[in-house]
Design a protein around this ligand. Structure first.
Ligand code: NAG
Ligand code: NAG
Ligand code: NAG
Ligand code: NAG
Ligand code: NAG
Ligand code: NAG
Ligand code: NAG
Ligand code: NAG
Ligand code: NAG
Ligand code: NAG
Ligand code: NAG
Ligand code: NAG
Length: 417
């Protein structure tokens, strides 16, 4: 037997009105699952919302947030036992489903995985979606809770996968409830327990070689990121061009998370001024990633500053800034190129790996990179390569000033932090 209800958040008297207006409102979902003897076996009450990016038929990207679950059903939720795991399964809207699996061992139970499916064929929720079908994001969580304790996490936890952001808060859950009574012992998540340093709820980190077997980690992408093209306009003229694959490497609690930026779901903006230029990227999990370029000695430009603010897998916001950088140095009016992987060390905890990089933050003419000019001098080639790893391509009038930058060699001397 399943009992459920969708209860408005206490204290929110405007819920009905909000619904009518289609405005954003938040609801708590609640589930009392009982076994064949009608004894409570699983209790859960929580709030969540989902932000989903999708590609439209016009090749642009849209983002929708799902925070209204209508009248959900809980078909497929099971109590579980020593052999079989327990499960909360929620269906809502048109083709949405959300499943959490629990397993039990001698002294603990685990939130194993969370799987969220949505149907881009639902043209009300996903207008103009290019691809129609059911997509699933499945995240291994492996979070352990003492048996007979109720887990509570009022703080926000966010899962980010394939651009989909799952937010959870006001979470209360107990699987494998004993004797039909919800426990009075609370087990708090790290953020709620201010006196502790329990492992983060959902690490989605690259396992280091010694912890590859750890069940709590999900490998993040380590493959080369897709190359994105970004531009900034001043009025109707393009004033900054950048083409690059970006991989962020965030070290948090001594664990490095490597995140590839997917240009398909990354927005960009910026501004150009005579002495500085800004390129700002953003996506559902990156609030902003700023590249600030500056002019030096009136004839060269360089990457001076990187500012980032992003959500980590455990829901915390991480911000870094360094305005004292010196990368991608090239003459004004030229573009800086580097095919080889390069690292911009913003801090000891934050690095950006770039691939197939090309930037021109100043003096862009006709919306194009400065391309003409002789090939880089032969002596700069590494014997096995047809192109040097990093070089500068100047406009015709400055062709003779084409120069090779052994930037990556210099980078090796930059110690993290
Ligand atoms: C679930 O059980 C709790 C505790 O017995 C009760 O307060 C709550 O109203 C129940 N919720 C539903 C949806 O049945
Ligand atoms: C989704 O949840 C987050 C965290 O509670 C909140 O900041 C955000 O405003 C919510 N979005 C919507 C559209 O409800
Ligand atoms: C859930 O089960 C009920 C009754 O068993 C059924 O009427 C309903 O269609 C089911 N919903 C879904 C989404 O499968
Ligand atoms: C465990 O699941 C299997 C397959 O779904 C089922 O046949 C079996 O009866 C379940 N065991 C218990 C104790 O419920
Ligand atoms: C939950 O467990 C069921 C049965 O073991 C499995 O089919 C399903 O894929 C699991 N779902 C998740 C999200 O792990
Ligand atoms: C959504 O799809 C249905 C049937 O597939 C169609 O009748 C309807 O016009 C579509 N609505 C929009 C807004 O495209
Ligand atoms: C989700 O991932 C878990 C753990 O990786 C796996 O056991 C489960 O079968 C997966 N579920 C689905 C629906 O893919
Ligand atoms: C459940 O009931 C049994 C028998 O009355 C008792 O031994 C056990 O301690 C109870 N468990 C909990 C968690 O209350
Ligand atoms: C809070 O953290 C401390 C230290 O890890 C732990 O001993 C304690 O049980 C935690 N409290 C709760 C309520 O989870
Ligand atoms: C990420 O940063 C850590 C710590 O600086 C480093 O050990 C690791 O090699 C880096 N990984 C990648 C893929 O850049
Ligand atoms: C981005 O979109 C292109 C074309 O639709 C596709 O080939 C590519 O795989 C996508 N990249 C990612 C990382 O999703
Ligand atoms: C931006 O456009 C204005 C107006 O056309 C122009 O005066 C200014 O020099 C431009 N700035 C840059 C940095 O290109």
């Amino acid at each position: 037997m399943v009992c459920f209800r969708l209860s408005p958040v206490p204290g929110s008297g405007l819920v009905l009105l909000c619904l009518v207006l289609g405005a954003v409102s938040s609801y708590a979902l609640e589930l009392n699952l009982t076994d064949s003897e009608k004894a409570l076996c699983l209790y859960a009450k929580w709030q969540m919302n989902f932000t989903i990016p999708y590609e439209t038929t016009s090749k642009s990207y849209k983002t929708v947030t799902i925070s209204n679950f209508g009248t959900p059903t809980y078909n497929g939720s099971i109590c579980g036992d020593n052999q079989n795991g327990s499960r909360i399964a929620v269906q809502f809207g048109s083709g949405f489903s959300w499943i959490v699996n629990f397993t039990k061992s001698v002294s603990v139970y685990s939130i194993d995985s969370i799987s969220f499916s949505y149907n881009t064929g639902d043209n009300t929720t996903f207008p103009d979606a290019k691809d129609k079908g059911i997509l699933t994001v499945n995240e291994s969580v492996a979070f352990k809770i003492p048996l007979n304790d109720i887990f509570r996490c009022n703080s926000l936890s966010s899962l980010v996968k394939n651009g989909v952001v799952q937010n959870y808060w006001d979470v209360h859950v107990q699987a494998f409830v004993q004797n039909g009574t919800v426990s009075t012992n609370e087990y708090l998540c790290e953020k709620d327990n201010t006196t502790t340093t329990v492992a983060p709820i959902v690490p989605t980190t690259v396992p280091s070689p010694t912890t590859t077997s750890s069940p709590t980690t999900t490998p993040s992408p380590k493959e080369k990121p897709d190359v994105g093209s970004y531009l900034v306009k001043n009025g109707s003229d393009t004033c900054l061009l950048a083409t690059m694959g970006l991989q962020l490497n965030v070290t948090h609690d001594k664990v490095a998370s490597v995140i590839n930026i997917n240009p398909n779901v990354t927005g960009y903006s910026g501004s150009c001024h005579p002495q500085t230029a800004l390129l700002r990227l953003n996506s559902s999990n990156i609030k902003y990633l700023d590249f600030v370029f500056a002019v030096k000695n009136e004839n060269r430009f360089y990457l001076k500053e990187v500012n980032v603010s992003m959500y980590l897998a455990n829901g915390s916001v991480f911000s870094f800034a360094n305005n004292n950088l010196s990368y991608w140095d090239a003459p004004l009016g030229s573009s800086y190129m580097c095919n080889k992987e390069q690292t911009v060390s913003v801090s000891g905890e934050f690095q950006i790996n770039t691939f197939d990089l090309r930037v021109q933050p100043f003096n862009v003419k006709d919306g194009k990179y400065s391309t003409a000019g002789p090939l880089p001098p032969k002596r700069c080639f590494s014997p096995s390569l047809h192109l040097p790893p990093c070089w500068v391509q100047s406009p015709p009038q400055e062709g003779s000033r084409l120069e090779l930058l052994l930037q990556f060699r210099r980078l090796k001397k930059v110690s993290p932090g």
